[in-house]
Design a protein around this ligand. Sequence first.
Ligand code: ZN
Length: 171
Amino acid sequence: MTSNLEDLYREVILDHYRSPRNRGELAVPPAHKTEGFNPLCGDEVSVFLDVDAHAGTVRDIKIQGQGCSISQASTSMMSAAVKGQSVAEARRLIRAFKAMMSIHEHKLEGESDGSDLAADLEGVRLGDLEALQGVVKFPVRIKCATLAWNTLQQGLDEIESEIGPEADTRS
Ligand code: ZN
């Protein structure tokens, strides 16, 4: 039933909010720090990324922040989802999560069914991350849920532009 599913979703969110995963910081450098801010709600997140440029993986990630339960739970869930993954997989998750939330936003606003965005979700398993879609009742709160993912994306972009594309071929 829908209400049971919402209860389950709320449990998942509260669990991440109360016991955030990967909380802390990494030494900068070698890690990279990126900060994100959602002025609509006052949410703040800091994402510390340790990317293994040679292997192309997110070797470690730590998070800090403050704000509403959705923003902080989303940050914790994001960190658990991408830690140890390849950078390519992390980017796939970012795209899929943002597609899921913007499809949801369009539905809340009674616009399109978002089928034009469905391609980004193909073949990506979001698992618990779908809980965020379940608890976000208003389009304005979607910014709370996507803050961590936009900050992660910014961090990966900054790291990539620092390292340069030739880093992969060095040994
Ligand atoms: Zn918020």
